[in-house]
Design a protein around this ligand. Structure first.
Ligand code: 3PG
Ligand code: MG
Length: 397
């Protein structure tokens, strides 16, 4: 892994530090419903402020087309302040006079959040004039937004070309955790890939079979693999047009010496509903009216046994319809076993990507994993083996 410039080598005292964070947090009825991303960036904010830097926060929110106050970051500034236990100022624009006035008024140790960078379409275009306008309010740029690092936008990448660039503590921790998991891992490495669709994870599966020793496939996408092996899947989610693709992934795995683990039994129901009447069947005995909603007990035992022999786990995607009881059983039990092995010091466990974090929270074990990424798309692109522009720009060249 190429080294980064981190905060260790940044002289921030009395400097205006443009700190890119990911404050794209879920909101319900105008309130932040999950503040994990906010909590993750607090150490970097505190460190810079405590070293006498002026912390100028840059962030996006939602996907507005131009300035649209439905996606203002103003309410988020208040939540950051609450978690930080210090005041956080707010400027109504991330460039121009409003931003300049707010930053000019800052004293060492102050924190100000600038309005949604995506209120300017030039942000997503990584427009050089916009990068320059952002850079006018900073002496250096620190990125702590791994979860937005798959975007080559002005604030996530462009600034690294015009200002001295450093990785924040969260970015640093995230990249280090991911490197331990796939770049130079302790073997055997076991990957769990679940979720609904093979189609959304083709590149990811193609990359993982070449890198990991065991690939456990769960969730709706396992049905497509079962169907590719000639099994009936009844009314289950299944991408019939991808059977050849699934077969070729199995072939690639064989050639690469990657063991693929598919479910051997399933919990089926006739409707997609919590507490729907259900039964366990072998994957060879799924009936025409059955819908596979979770892996069965024999599959759970198989995955646990494989985990016991693994030293590294990379997890993306749930095993079943974890949001509907009791179809969360497979995900819960495997997650709890991974947590136990991690606590015992036997396993390095890294998880990430959209649903995965909520599935692990639901299983009550997110804190026991070695590292849980808050990234969605960025985590997937990393699993696909793609360089992330917002990470590459930070590497020492
Ligand atoms: C995310 O929430 O995945 C990141 O903040 C990136 O947001 P985006 O998918 O809208 O670019
Ligand atoms: Mg996204």
């Amino acid at each position: 892994m190429t080294a980064f410039r981190t905060l260790d080598s940044a002289d921030v005292s009395n400097k205006r530090v443009l700190l890119r964070v990911d404050l794209n947090v879920p909101m319900e009825n105008g309130k932040v419903s999950d503040s994990t991303r906010i909590e993750r960036v607090l150490p970097t904010i505190r460190e810079i402020a405590d070293k006498g830097g002026k912390v100028v926060l840059l962030a996006h929110f939602g996907r507005p087309k131009g300035r649209d106050l439905k996606e203002t970051l103003r309410p988020v500034a208040a939540v950051v302040a609450e978690h930080l236990g210090r005041p956080v100022g707010f400027a109504e624009d991330c460039v121009g006079p409003a931003a300049k006035a707010a930053v000019d008024a800052m004293k060492p140790g102050d924190v100000v959040l600038l309005e949604n960078t995506r209120f300017h379409p030039e942000e997503e275009k990584n427009d050089p004039a916009f990068v320059k306008a952002l850079a006018e309010n900073g002496d250096l740029w620190v990125s702590d937004a791994f979860s937005a690092a798959h975007r080559a936008h002005a604030s996530t990448e462009g600034l690294g070309h015009v200002l001295p660039a450093f990785a924040g503590r969260t970015m640093q921790a995230e990249v280090e955790a991911l490197a331990h998991a796939l770049e130079a891992p302790k073997r055997p490495v076991l990957a769990v890939v679940g979720g609904a669709k093979v189609s959304s994870k083709l590149e990811l599966l193609g990359n993982l079979v070449k890198k990991v020793d065991i690939l456990v496939i769960g969730g709706g996408m396992a049905n497509t693999f079962l169907a590719a092996q000639g099994k009936a899947v009844g009314k289950s989610l299944c991408e019939k047009d991808l059977l050849d693709t699934a077969r070729s992934i199995l072939e690639t795995a064989k050639g690469a010496g990657c063991e693929i683990v598919l479910p051997v039994d399933a919990t089926v129901a006739s409707e997609f509903k919590a507490h729907a009447a259900n039964r366990v069947v072998s994957v060879d005995a799924v009936g025409p009216g059955d819908m596979i909603l979770d892996i069965g007990p024999a599959s759970i035992e198989t995955v646990k046994a494989k985990l016991a022999g693994a030293r590294t786990l990379v997890w993306n995607g749930p095993f079943g319809a974890f949001e509907l009881e009791p179809f969360d059983t497979g995900t819960n039990q495997v997650a709890q076993e991974a947590a136990r092995l991690t606590r015992a010091g036997q396993l390095l466990s890294v998880a990430g990507g959209g649903d995965t974090v909520s599935a692990l929270n639901h299983a009550g074990v997110a804190d026991d994993f070695s590292y849980v990424s808050t990234a969605g798309g960025a985590f997937l692109e990393w699993l696909e083996g793609k360089p992330l522009p917002g990470v590459e720009i930070l590497r020492l060249r």
